[in-house]
Write a protein that binds this ligand. Structure first.
Ligand code: RIB
Ligand code: CA
Length: 315
């Protein structure tokens, strides 16, 4: 029985891998892609999602463009990681299907309303679209099975010392999502920094001898240019590429890959050095009810096997 999902994403190199994992898996029924602003500007992430579907031969999947900026802050983009296009490093085909004019919130609401069963939302970018959906359509919350998201961290950050990029871009949206009462599976840096792919594993993707293998080898080579080793990495340490977003998708395909802890997560929305931090009550010191499953470990070998087999499923 496949799980119906909406993928809200900002492709984005690692978003692209998460998308292909979804398309390849019999466990996932990808009903809709909505795009958000984050890795690049909204027009670019929208085009990138449509180009990736053209590469996969799956332009049957509807794509809807979301909010152009965070709920109350100026947009920050990660072009220093994902490049000018948002998917630098490979030549992607142009879409052959005209862009839909339906906005993401309307497409999400219509799908949830019409679906006979609840739908899982996978969010791999800033949570602006998901938050707006929850605010605009409280009557549809019961049709959301759960939210599996890449964002945050129990310890540390990658955009500031305390905040991970997706949460930092729109902390108000993240606060709305974590406070919604909807089951959240959070894949923060604690686990995504362990979800590494190494050079020889990227070479194996290139060796697939397919257009998809060639494209993703190029994308991962570009993505690797901004890869950073851990603080005080020992001399000679080799850090693999962090496959952040695929964690949020892989969990739905094979939850046994991950070690998850149910706990309380709160988001800092006040300006200052902690803005965008996800405060994870990992040692149960708080009285508040737990509101999330938080990932802390991953079986890296099996995770990369799933990643590789997902890409190998395409021409
Ligand atoms: O911090 C990692 C997250 O920021 C990932 O979703 C990546 O695609 C970027 O959006
Ligand atoms: Ca992303």
């Amino acid at each position: 029985m496949s799980r119906p999902i909406i993928l809200d994403c900002d492709p984005g190199h690692d978003d692209a891998v998460a998308l292909f994992m979804a398309l390849a898996s019999p466990a996932i029924d990808l009903r809709l892609i909505t795009t958000c602003a984050g890795n690049q500007r909204p027009d670019k992430t929208f085009l990138n999602a449509r180009r990736l579907l053209a590469l996969a031969g799956r332009e049957d999947v509807p794509v809807a463009q979301g909010a152009p900026q965070p709920i109350r802050r100026p947009l920050i983009i990660a072009d220093y990681v994902h490049g000018e296009s948002g998917l630098d490093g490979a030549d992607l085909p142009e879409p052959t299907v005209a862009a839909s004019s339906e906005r993401a919130i309307d497409a999400m609401a219509r799908l949830l309303r019409e679906s006979a069963e609840p739908i899982t939302i996978v969010a791999t970018g800033p949570l602006t679209n998901v938050a707006i959906l929850l605010l605009a359509h409280p009557e549809l919350r019961a049709k959301i099975e759960s939210i599996s998201l890449m964002g945050g961290a129990c310890f540390g950050g990658n955009y500031t010392p305390n905040a991970e990029f997706n949460i930092y871009v729109d902390p108000e949206a993240a606060d709305i999502v974590f406070s919604s009462g909807i089951e959240v599976a959070m894949f923060g840096l604690d686990v995504t920094h362990k979800a590494q792919i190494f050079a020889e594993e990227i070479d194996a993707i290139a060796a697939l001898g397919t257009r998809t293998g060639e494209v993703f080898a190029g994308l991962l080579e570009f993505y690797g240019r901004s890869n950073t080793p851990p603080f005080l990495a020992p001399e000679g340490h080799v850090e693999g590429l962090h496959m952040h977003d695929p964690c949020a998708m892989a969990y739905l395909i094979d939850p046994s890959l991950f070690t998850m802890v149910r706990t309380r997560v709160d988001v800092v929305t006040s300006d200052g050095p902690a803005l965008g931090a996800t405060v994870v009550d990992y040692n149960g010191t708080r009285s508040e009810e737990p509101n999330a499953l938080v990932g802390f470990d991953v079986d890296r070998t099996r995770f990369v096997e799933l990643l590789h087999s997902s890409l190998a499923a395409f021409h």
